[in-house]
Design a protein. Structure first.
Length: 273
């Protein structure tokens, strides 16, 4: 038995067109976050969370005529020519708020699906822990105070990096009090020697550096920090932008030894212009 359909008619068309997507992850583990994060978008932008946990950009005013079906046709907007800056915050307080820049439009060519700028690859957005964040077992808990080298003011919105040689092991941000928690995972745990009662502690030597952009950081006097008086505007920075510009920013660094499961407190004073 066979069937022949001579005519077909389109009854309804459902199209979902997007401009890009981002995935918020834990900066220490790289795991996607299931927490109910809040996304702040400027007027003319529409961002929604889908069932997979991605925050999808459906509309952005400068690209009102742009769709995911876009091909590199003459006169089309250049890739990344209409950047969209979003705010990501965590109502639970486990992660610090941050800015994220999405360079739109993204590359919609299916042949370029593996390139970082592809529309089919979500932008990974690390969320950095607050000073009150939970710690995993055997993590080295590096806590920092970041201050102005001259006046001693607490510096909020400073980017902290932990490096072993040229490899970045971990990153973090300072809050309005100048405090930063940077968990470092993957350090070898304590091992026991063959001799009874002898313990060998595995340590690694790392460089800890902090850098701040004077145009976006927050300064709080130590008197206000001691009194718990937060500034009206809390630090809100784009860590990726700070890292890109780090060579020209004020910064400070020190060398320390880290061990799994051992907390360490470090103070860094940044000489501001």
């Amino acid at each position: 038995m066979s069937f022949v359909f001579e005519h077909s008619r389109e009854l309804e068309r459902v199209e979902r067109r997007v401009l890009g997507a981002m995935c918020c992850i834990d900066a220490t583990t790289g795991a996607p976050l299931g927490e109910p994060l809040r996304i702040g978008a400027p007027a003319g932008a529409r961002v929604q969370r889908n069932r997979s946990g991605l925050f999808v950009v459906h509309e952005w005013a400068p690209l009102v005529s742009h769709t995911s079906a876009f091909q590199r046709a003459p006169g089309a907007p250049a890739l990344g020519s209409a950047p969209l800056t979003l705010t990501v915050s965590d109502p639970s307080g486990q992660y610090l708020s941050r800015l994220v820049r999405l360079d739109l439009p993204r590359d919609a060519a299916s042949a370029n699906g593996e390139v970082p700028e592809s529309l089919f690859r979500p932008v990974m957005v690390p969320m950095y822990p607050s000073a009150a964040s939970r710690l995993g077992p055997n993590w080295a808990a590096l806590r920092l105070d970041v201050r102005d080298a001259v006046g001693g003011d607490a510096l909020g919105g400073a980017l902290v990096r932990v490096l072993s040689g040229s490899q970045v092991l971990a990153r973090g941000l300072s809050d309005w009090r100048g405090e930063a928690l940077v968990p470092v995972a993957g350090i070898p745990v304590t091992t026991w020697s063959a001799e009874p009662g002898d313990v060998i502690v595995s340590e690694i030597e790392v460089t800890v550096e902090a850098m701040a952009d004077p145009a976006s950081m927050a300064r709080t006097s130590q008197a206000d920090v001691a009194g718990g008086r937060a500034p009206l505007l809390l630090p809100l920075v784009d860590p990726a932008a700070i890292e890109t510009a780090r060579a020209g920013l004020p910064q400070a660094s020190t060398v320390v030894s880290l061990a799994a499961g051992r907390p360490l407190h470090v103070s860094l004073e940044i000489p501001l212009p």
